[in-house]
Design a protein around this ligand. Structure first.
Ligand code: SAH
Length: 219
């Protein structure tokens, strides 16, 4: 992996991006601060560094993408992250969303079904000084050994909310997950009111790559 360098040019580009996200409706100051601090270009191949601060998704290999900054900010805002939160992420991808969560003081457990992406994210995140707990596998089954989680974020489009994830959410916890068909999904926030009661709130529409697994799409 090449040396990681950040400079005033990239910092300026991040300031511009953060201002753009604020005009698009992102209000959580902690979320905006994290996007200002985490260099998104580290998650890009060097030749494409100049694209890192456009509000767009970008290919990361294996047919997957790093989510659009607006989407990352939106999902993070729905979670109301507090320092010390234990967060489960399904779909590590590039590791950028995990970095944003850790920058905000969360402890992150993240699962990725493509081993090559998981290994690449592990190397980069450690090099950046973050300490995520990562594994390669089917995230639709959650990670029972570490449950319950204060927050759960699913970064791929699901046909339904996987039951295992509802079970592994702490009481009072929040999950954010895009639910729909393979073309478009509605962002859903699931709040666990008690052991047997959840509240589901439907939010805006997005387009994610599919969540593939036992409680996801069967490919
Ligand atoms: N959070 C990522 C977004 C990556 S795109 C980022 O910040 O870059 C979604 C990712 O979910 C893809 O890498 C895809 O391989 C992964 N994915 C899809 N289904 C999965 C499953 N069942 N378990 C774990 N990861 C899954």
């Amino acid at each position: 992996m090449p040396m990681l360098t950040d400079d005033y040019k990239y910092k300026g580009a991040r300031t511009k991006l953060v201002t753009e996200l604020a005009t698009k409706g992102i209000q959580d100051a902690g979320v905006l601060k994290a996007l200002q601090l985490v260099p998104r270009h580290y998650f890009f191949p060097k030749t494409f560094y100049s694209h890192a601060y456009e509000d767009k998704a970008f290919p990361i290999g294996e047919g997957q993408t790093i989510s659009q900054p607006y989407t990352v900010a939106y999902q993070t805002q729905v979670l109301h992250i507090e320092k010390g939160d234990k967060v489960l992420e399904i779909g590590t991808g590039s590791g950028y969303q995990a970095a944003i969560l850790m920058q905000m003081g969360a402890t992150v457990y993240s699962i990725e079904r493509h081993q090559a992406l998981s290994l690449k994210a592990a190397t980069l995140l450690h090099k950046m000084g973050y300490k995520p707990v990562l594994k390669h596998g089917d995230g639709t089954k959650g990670w029972p050994q570490f449950a319950p989680f204060d927050k759960i974020i699913v970064t791929a489009g699901a046909p339904v909310v996987p039951q295992a994830l509802i079970e592994q959410l702490a009481i009072g916890g929040i999950m954010v997950i895009p639910v729909g068909n393979e073309q478009k999904q509605r962002m859903v926030s699931v709040i666990k009111k008690s052991a047997s009661q959840i509240e589901t709130i439907e939010l805006d529409q997005f387009a994610f790559v599919p969540l593939i697994g036992e409680q996801g799409w069967q490919h």
